[in-house]
Design a protein around this ligand. Structure first.
Ligand SMILES: O=C1O[C@H](COP(=O)(O)O)[C@@H](O)[C@H](O)[C@H]1O
Length: 260
């Protein structure tokens, strides 16, 4: 189903990140009134490197905001299958910016290659963690399967690659057709090659998805994503649904119809 896109456009990248960080805090406060815990998905790339530090700054300045929050479980929307000490690993940033600073955040980390060399096995282990946290009572295989289909994130912070990928779901790759909760990408066009990623099936069930998109190099692909492109060419177009907000700077939004 094609839906009107909810686009929020800011003049430049600094204003964009400042606005999203504030809005994130408001959203967590709102969700805290509705739920006993929040299952939050966090992407790598600019979401981790640029947005999380802004959120951390606001929380350090106003820690009292968190008094009204419920526990937040952080899940990696995708993770590079590299060792813990690699600067490419998203979990290190999540830990540094959120988990080590604010005890309200708990990180569900993914296996490292030295423990689990095969990325598909690592993806399966992460899927099992999701199942354990979301479905604590295993009654039998059928029930577990049924519950796996109802697992969804409450809120996800997502990025959009200039090629239309999000998470580690790349155009024309087999990963797009995988069902279940998690899968592995072994030939990522963007290094490093080996990653684990949530599936389209899981991500599209997310209740509230926010894409944070900046830069003129993403203008064409953003317009395709919000104007109903084929998901096999622009995987992020799958997420243009009710509950999704596209937070953009003006250069990224410059090719969306009706914006300029
Ligand atoms: O490789 C990845 O890229 C996307 C987009 O990153 P960005 O830096 O261009 O925003 C990111 O969302 C994803 O998690 C990551 O693994």
């Amino acid at each position: 189903m094609f839906v009107d896109s909810d686009l929020r456009v800011y003049p430049n990248v600094n204003e964009l990140y400042a606005k999203v960080a504030k809005a994130f805090i408001q959203k967590i406060s709102e969700l805290s009134q509705q739920r006993s815990r929040i299952q939050l998905g966090v992407s790598g790339g600019s979401v981790a490197m640029k947005l999380l530090p802004k959120i951390a700054q606001l929380l350090e300045a106003h820690p009292e905001i968190m008094d009204a929050w419920v526990p937040i479980h952080v899940w990696l929307v995708d993770e590079r299958h590299v060792e813990l000490d690699s600067p490419e690993r998203t979990s290190s940033i999540v830990r540094r910016e959120l988990v080590d600073k604010f005890p309200i955040f708990t990180l569900h980390d993914a296996p490292v290659p030295s423990e689990v060399p095969d990325p598909f096995s690592a993806a399966a282990i992460y899927a099992q963690k999701l199942s354990d946290v979301f479905t604590p009572s295993q009654v039998g295989d059928d029930v577990v399967l049924l519950k796996a289909r109802t697992i969804c994130l409450d809120f996800a912070l997502l990025g959009l690659g200039p090629d239309g990928h999000f998470a580690s779901l790349f155009p024309s790759h087999e990963t797009l057709y995988e069902g279940g909760l998690m899968t592995a990408e072994t030939e990522s066009p963007k290094p490093p090659a080996q990653r684990i990623t949530m599936t389209l099936e899981l991500l599209r069930r997310t209740r509230v998805s926010w894409f944070i998109v900046s830069g003129a190099d993403k203008a064409v692909v953003l317009s395709h994503a919000v104007h109903g492109a084929d998901y096999r060419e622009v995987p992020a177009s799958v997420m243009n649904q009710v509950g999704t907000i596209w937070w953009c700077d003006a250069p990224a939004a410059s090719k969306v119809n009706g914006i300029v």
